[in-house]
Design a protein. Structure first.
Length: 251
């Protein structure tokens, strides 16, 4: 990725005068996985969603490779969004469609009949979908319906789909929160491996601090809409956690 992502003076208030994000400034210029941690309601999802404009920023800039995404509308916004993959907590798969169709829909849009992809999608896309299914450990599941998969398998499909468009950036909004602890570890392992293999920076919003420290090269700690820690996991000390999560009585 040349240039990377720069966030400048980003603020968001869903209700005028009550900011949820306050003047966020961040730069992501390398690959690797960055975790955003912080208490519930502190603005982590809002920050992730302002990056791909699922949420409209109130002010500020989101520069991807130098292009500000905030003023974009219509086709220009759709084109810019294609460069940002998104993985959701609840997977957001089309449940009644086959795994392969879910992947290909990440590329071209919705195709209603399961066999249609064979004829309608370019061979290159089909080859990439199979390669990604392999990469996420589901090579034999191409024809299974999404609703027949476990949560962990669904999230793997969600990750593969997000990578179909060869994004310049991958966002993951609480990708492990719906999973059991072991599966959560596997999904974080996968995200870390793919960040390297696919050469894509990943920003993940995550509640589990231990998982964040184990798998992420950079931790961003938020408290009440502001960044209060930004550094590598080995620098994240108990006093930082107190700053992020408030008092010590919960520890
Ligand atoms: N669409 C919305 N309209 C109004 N307020 C919202 C909306 N979305 C989020 N909020 C509020 O903004 C604040 C931040 O929410 P956000 O979901 O970004 O926090 P979070 O840190 O991701 O929380 P969690 O860890 O619980 O998901 C919360 O007070 C929330 O109630």
């Amino acid at each position: 990725m040349s240039g990377g992502l720069s966030i400048r003076g980003l603020s968001k208030a869903y209700v005028p005068g009550k900011p949820v994000l306050r003047d966020i400034n961040l730069d992501f210029d390398g690959q690797g996985v960055t975790a955003i941690i912080g208490p519930s309601g502190t603005g982590k999802s809002t920050l992730i969603r302002c990056i791909n404009r699922l949420v409209e920023p109130t002010s500020g800039k989101v520069l991807l490779d130098g292009q500000d995404l905030v003023p974009l509308r219509g086709r220009a916004l759709r084109l810019a969004r294609r460069r940002i993959g998104m993985v959701f907590q609840e997977y957001n798969l089309v449940e009644r469609l086959a795994v392969m169709e879910n992947l290909l829909s990440g590329r071209l849009g919705y195709v209603p009949l399961w066999r249609a992809w064979l004829r309608r999608y370019p061979q290159e896309d089909i080859d990439r979908a199979f390669a990604l299914l392999d990469a996420v450990g589901l090579p034999e599941h191409a024809t299974r319906r999404a609703d027949a998969l476990s949560g962990g398998q669904r999230q793997r499909v969600g990750i593969a789909r997000a990578l179909m468009q060869r994004p310049a950036l991958l966002l993951a909004d609480e990708p492990t929160s719906s999973l059991d602890p072991r599966t959560a570890v596997e999904v974080m392992e996968l995200l870390t491996r793919l960040a390297g293999e696919q050469d894509v920076p990943v920003i993940v919003n995550i509640h589990n601090v231990e998982l964040a420290k184990r798998y992420c090269g950079r931790i961003i700690g938020m408290h009440q809409g502001s960044i209060v820690f930004d550094g590598p996991p080995e620098k994240l000390m108990p006093e930082h956690l107190t700053l992020i999560y408030g008092g010590e009585d919960w520890m």
